[in-house]
Design a protein around this ligand. Structure first.
Ligand code: FES
Length: 99
């Protein structure tokens, strides 16, 4: 399965992921994690903010939304936190942009 990621520098590439792999893990694996996910996935920073451009899911748990509201300067309806995204077949072919 593959996901298309546009990184902070505006580079867009496809990345293969394993079922149930966290988006943050995929970012680390591909050296896209500079300044990304600095709290380690504890919903305490908002540095893992991404926008889901297509595919995947923009559904958020209340605590994920709370963290976005508290830490993300400019958020959108399709904002997600990478540390809360568990990739599965519903994310195959999805596009996300790191903000
Ligand atoms: Fe800090 Fe996601 S890594 S909120």
């Amino acid at each position: 399965m593959k996901i298309t990621i546009t990184d902070k520098n505006g580079n867009t590439n496809d990345y293969e992921f394993r079922n149930k792999q966290k988006l943050t893990s995929l970012m680390i694996q591909n050296n896209l994690d500079e300044g990304f996910g600095i709290c380690g996935g504890f919903l305490d920073c908002g540095t893992c903010h991404v926008v889901v451009e297509s595919g995947g899911s923009t559904e958020k748990q209340a605590d994920e939304q709370d963290t976005i509201d508290a830490f993300v300067f400019e958020s959108y309806d399709n904002s997600r936190l990478g540390c809360q995204i568990k990739l599965d077949e519903s994310w195959d072919g999805a596009k996300v942009k790191v903000i």
